[in-house]
Write a protein that binds this ligand. Structure first.
Ligand code: IGP
Length: 254
């Protein structure tokens, strides 16, 4: 699955580079990590209209943003084919909120980082499973050169040691197995021992509610990136607050 997405993304971005004139950025860059650090257990609310693993999205962008105002940051999918994301959604979100926004796509080309900057993102997702270590560093430095922060995502526990690097602003550990597309929170627990002292560790994928948040916090995770369960919730605000509360209670115990 991941390989298929990467192939299609490489082709898409080649086209975009030819066709798409990037606008001039219209707002200052926000401090993504700083915003996550302010609260106790941080929640990044993701706008995810669709996904290969299935999302029964109840909310459009506007309604969603109104309901997740208690989030510490937002994540906006821009991958069009598998996630029904768009640069348009990113730009719209950027005009509608002052919260830091994560550019959520499969970055394979520096052009995407320029697009992230142009359309108003404050941080970019960079995946070690997509880029490998050398390209990961190159893309991270490109992002930093534009003033953007990085969320570096790993899925293999031992890769979490990349969090030693100064160019990793936030370390995301993904619970999803890219082969089966299933999430298993225990994959995130296993990464704990590889995480550097300087890191801001964030749990990604499959976080459903207060129990998950509490368990993650007890293991030193300082926040979670949550998409599906908020997109599907009849009450995204209530769901978000219960994750934040339970996570914060867990952090209070360590
Ligand atoms: O919808 P979930 O299970 O709450 O997961 C959110 C986020 O972690 C997930 O969308 C994600 C994590 N890494 C990605 C990379 C690309 C696209 C999407 C993702």
């Amino acid at each position: 699955m991941l390989e298929k997405i990467i192939d299609i993304t490489v082709k898409r971005v080649e086209e975009e580079r030819k066709r798409l004139a990037l606008p001039k950025r219209f707002k200052p860059v926000r401090d993504f990590r700083g915003s996550l650090e302010r609260g106790a257990f941080a929640v990044i609310a993701e706008f995810k209209p669709s996904s290969p693993s299935g999302v029964k999205a109840r909310w459009g962008l506007l309604e969603y943003l109104e309901r997740v105002k208690a989030a510490d940051a937002l994540s906006v999918l821009t991958e069009p084919r598998f996630f029904k994301g768009s640069y348009y959604n990113l730009a719209r979100a950027a005009t509608l909120t002052d919260k830091p926004i994560l550019f959520k796509d499969f970055v394979v080309d520096p052009f995407q980082i320029e697009a992230a900057y142009a359309f108003g993102a404050d941080a970019v997702l960079l995946m070690i499973d997509v880029l490998g270590e050398d390209d990961l560093k190159y893309m991270a430095l490109k992002a930093k050169s534009l003033g953007l922060q990085t969320l570096v995502e790993v899925s293999k526990p031992e890769d979490a040691s990349v969090s030693e690097e100064a160019w990793v602003d936030v370390l995301g550990v993904n619970s999803r197995d890219f082969k089966t597309l299933k999430t298993d929170i225990k994959r995130i627990f296993k990464a704990t021992r590889y995480i550097a002292e300087r890191a801001f560790p964030l749990a990604e994928s499959g976080v459903k509610g207060s129990r998950d948040a509490y368990e993650l916090a007890l293991r030193g995770y300082r926040g979670a990136l949550v998409g599906t369960s908020l997109m599907e919730s009849p009450d995204p605000l209530g769901s978000l607050l219960s994750i934040k509360r339970a996570g914060s209670a867990g952090l209070g115990r360590i």
